[in-house]
Design a protein around this ligand. Structure first.
Ligand code: NAD
Length: 238
């Protein structure tokens, strides 16, 4: 018999592209997690696959949970962060486009709860960060450009991942410039290019399926549960 009870999850942003992927993986794969509540801006059906659904306005009435996974929008972020702080539960968030005030609120909350925010929960992008910082250090004076492409319904640009890769490039001494493409149903592509006279290096990550982000967030949730308060990086949890 498994000695560990499942980690009780709240999925915030449950009707979105990422929320649906998270709910499906929790049904289909062994994750060590059990979804106890699903929250979205609006809900049409009160219970789906045995999971109760709540609107954003009903958030304070959700049942007890261990970890909230948030893939919503910046306008929903403050409420889920406040709920996790009030209940003393962990938070895994992949919501991008957060304001500076929201990023500061994340830091403040990490003194009381364990939390992991990342612009990208894939293992490949975690490795790409390291490669970009290394390349920037090895190539002083080279031009650095970050080109990202996503589906037409993505709201923020440049993507959170492009900005995080830019931070890695800056840490290596580069001065990155950004370009964004919004086209079709592209899940997510990031090209980091270093160029000098007569030569060019291209580092590319292509996501073809959003399950990679959902799996990464579920791994992070299982590992974040019962940790000490603080901010954890994807690399600490995957
Ligand atoms: P989506 O538009 O398909 O879904 C958004 C979800 O949030 C919906 O369920 C909606 O009802 C809910 N929502 C909106 N406003 C809300 C509010 N005020 N309160 C509660 N819920 C609210 O978006 P998506 O493609 O699923 O992406 C969600 C977020 O995750 C975006 O910020 C996106 O950039 C980000 N994202 C991050 C990663 C990563 O790995 N970190 C990967 C993919 C997407």
């Amino acid at each position: 018999m498994d000695a560990h009870p499942p980690v009780r999850l709240l999925i915030h942003g449950a009707t979105g592209r990422m929320g649906q992927a998270l709910l499906r993986l929790c049904r289909e794969e062994t994750t060590g997690c059990e979804v106890v509540a699903a929250v979205a801006r609006r809900v049409d059906t009160r219970v789906v696959d045995g999971v109760p659904r709540f609107t954003a306005a009903e958030l304070s009435g959700v049942p007890a949970f261990d970890v909230a996974i948030d893939f919503s929008l910046p306008e929903g972020f403050d409420a889920i962060l406040a709920l996790c702080v009030a209940r003393g539960t962990a938070l895994v968030s992949g919501t991008t486009g957060l304001s500076d005030a929201q990023k500061a609120a994340l830091d403040a909350a990490s003194t009381t709860i364990p939390l992991a925010w990342a612009s990208n929960f894939s293992l490949g992008v975690a490795v790409l960060h390291d490669l970009v910082e290394r390349a920037a250090k090895l190539l002083p004076g080279w031009d650095c450009d970050i080109v990202e492409a996503h589906h037409t319904r993505k709201l923020d640009a440049p993507s959170g991942t492009a900005l995080t890769l830019g931070t890695a490039a800056q840490a290596g001494g580069a001065d990155p410039h950004y370009a964004s493409i919004r086209a079709g149903d592209i899940v997510g592509e990031h090209l980091v290019q270093f160029a000098a006279a007569g030569e060019r290096i291209e580092l590319v990550h292509r996501a073809t399926n959003r399950d990679i982000f959902a799996r990464g967030a579920l791994h992070a949730a299982a590992r974040l549960n019962a940790r000490a308060p603080g901010r954890y990086r994807v690399a600490d949890l995957l």
